[in-house]
Design a protein around this ligand. Sequence first.
Ligand SMILES: Nc1nc2c(ncn2[C@@H]2O[C@H](COP(=O)(O)OP(=O)(O)OP(=O)(O)O)[C@@H](O)[C@H]2O)c(=O)[nH]1
Ligand SMILES: [Mg+2]
Length: 326
Amino acid sequence: MDAESERALAARVLGGDLRAVSRAISLIEDGAPEGARLVRELFSHTGRAWVVGVTGPPGVGKSTLVDRVTRVFRSRGRRVGIVAVDPTSPFSGGAVLGDRIRMQAHAGDEGVFIRSMATRGRLGGLAKAAREAVLVLDAAGHEVVFLETVGVGQAEVDITYAADVAVVVVAPGFGDDVQAIKAGILEIADVFVVNKADCSGAEGAVARLEAMLSLGEPSQEDWRPQIIKTQATTGDGVNDFVSALDRFREYAAGDDLRYQRRCRLEASELRRLLGEAFWRHVEQLVSPSELDKVTAQLARRELDPYTAVDAIMERALAQRDADRNS
Ligand SMILES: Nc1nc2c(ncn2[C@@H]2O[C@H](COP(=O)(O)OP(=O)(O)OP(=O)(O)O)[C@@H](O)[C@H]2O)c(=O)[nH]1
Ligand SMILES: [Mg+2]
């Protein structure tokens, strides 16, 4: 793809063309340089979407809930984007089918864009791809973007970093419900949902969450995470959930919290991109066999890792100076 067609694609994304959005996300998912250049084109047009991170154990009803909430935002005339990460988790094989059913529910509605992203064994790259997919949806004019992840590992915590509000969903009897959530996720939650309120044990799950919350540090000093009970299949409690989201949005705007969180996200993105860029630079400079030699020296304790890093850094910087002067 040449620069001109990339700019054309970016322009179509900005115009809200959903096929262009789909193509752009594919390029990003492939990790192609075109994806990075697209982000460059689009970035200044982003930052308007309200990003709702929804995470929780497999099968608790996250997709069903997002679907319900999407209907509410559609009735308010908002364009909604949904990025569902790891639908092929080994814990819930049927989820891709579920996503397909859900896409049918909004079929023909140009105001809803749904995209699933599989891990395909590259967790590190997934947080980046998900974050950039959100940027594309944002640039295309989606006012609300849901970022659904299965909350089982550190990668999901990282992904939730890209959200303006973090929602954790649990359900009674699901892998010990509350215990199944990774500790780090409890701390980032702004709103809790106990879904499947029709199933026995929902009250118990609420009580266990309350107990856990009283022990841990809240995500914000003066925001006590709310616990909402829902039955996503019927829509019961969904309005309460939307109200909780609205309240948090107001709170976050007033407190400049949204801006602070974005600073935190951009700081970590910047660090990650710098690391990647520096590593690419090193790879051009130091051959794989040389790196193998260093690795072997480290393993044999002939060299310590800090000295190794210093030496490589110095070489990279010296090379840059030499390139400049030539
Ligand atoms: N009884 C009951 N079942 C529900 C409720 N909400 C969702 N389900 C069912 O739970 C199953 C899983 O729902 P999903 O929405 O796919 O759950 P998920 O958390 O997105 O699942 P993964 O993405 O695979 O982790 C489906 O069969 C839903 O119909 C509810 O409130 N009550
Ligand atoms: Mg799902």
